[in-house]
Design a protein. Structure first.
Length: 283
């Protein structure tokens, strides 16, 4: 099948070594791009400088090349584009859709603690009055920028996104956006200055991504990302969420599964051909 102009990307964060699950994700995108005669891009999501390490970035380039993947050079590194994310943040602020949140993590948890299934992400707060805000700013208190979700949803109106794969409950096709689960999501962190969702939508648009191929763990994130695209006037890619691989303990593969890192597999004599075949791709 040839899909004209197909572009996808693999977007790892260099916070640890890549494991089999990453390999599956990258190979899925790579195979899609190849089948469509399209483009496969690599993006290093390294804005969280509290967790990202240069040695993990070096390792991921090496591991992906070992796996037999080829991506357009150079890979996009998010830390090279911080001004663009700030500009997008500024646009949302100018639209009156952001507010400063001075709450600590504990205060946020306390605020949602009484809610059933209270989740950190589901926090809904409020804009401070001008006098209180001015005095806290003058005192140099750190703050995060949060999206005023209700106002953002009203402005954007009803939205949908195209799921070409499957969500965790089999969701497929044109799906209505319901960003409520994300709450007043943080778009600029106190410590890091920017947050994941905003950087992802800016970069998916910048890179002309037509289909986002990624694990099902990010399915819920799509709702808020689609909302941000609409607010910023960015094009909406299609999404193809794939199942997550599980580790020997039956739980989803994660950094704790050291034996499943591409490094460890390679050290134990695994060849890229054998790994590709095991993951269901032509060796
Ligand atoms: N950087 C994210 C991660 O490693 C993936 C972002 C995405 O694919 O949208 O989990």
């Amino acid at each position: 099948m040839s899909v004209r102009g197909y572009v996808t990307r693999f977007a790892p964060s260099p916070t640890g070594l890549l494991h089999k699950g990453h390999a599956f994700s990258a190979l899925t995108g790579f195979a899609r791009a190849k089948a469509a005669g399209g483009r496969f891009l690599l993006r290093i999501e390294d804005i969280d400088f509290t967790r990202c390490r240069p040695q993990f970035e070096a390792a991921l380039f090496e591991d992906l090349a070992w796996l037999g993947l080829e991506w357009e050079q150079p890979a996009l590194r998010q830390s090279d584009h911080l001004a663009d994310y700030s500009a997008a943040l500024g646009r949302l602020e100018a639209m009156g859709l952001l507010y400063r949140c001075f709450k600590t993590r504990k205060e946020v948890l306390d605020a949602i603690g009484s809610a059933p299934h209270g989740r950190m992400e589901a926090y809904r707060g409020r804009r401070l009055g001008p006098a209180e805000e001015a005095s806290r700013l003058a005192a140099g208190e750190p703050f995060a920028w949060r999206l005023a979700l209700g106002e953002a949803q009203r402005l954007a109106g009803p939205l949908s996104f195209e799921e070409a794969g499957e969500g965790p409950r089999g969701e497929h096709g044109a799906l209505p956006v319901d960003a409520g689960g994300a709450g007043d999501v943080v778009l600029a962190r106190k410590d890091v200055g920017i947050a994941y969702h905003l950087a992802v939508v800016v970069d998916d648009a910048r890179q002309g991504v037509t289909e986002v191929v990624r694990g099902r763990d990010l399915f819920e994130a799509t709702h808020i990302q689609r909302l941000l695209q609409a607010l910023l006037g960015l094009p909406a890619p299609a999404y193809r969420h794939h199942p997550l691989l599980s580790g020997p303990d039956g739980r989803r593969l994660a950094k704790r599964d050291r034996a499943e890192t591409l490094r460890a597999l390679r050290a134990n004599g695994m060849t890229p051909e054998a790994l590709r075949a095991e993951l269901g791709f032509d060796a």
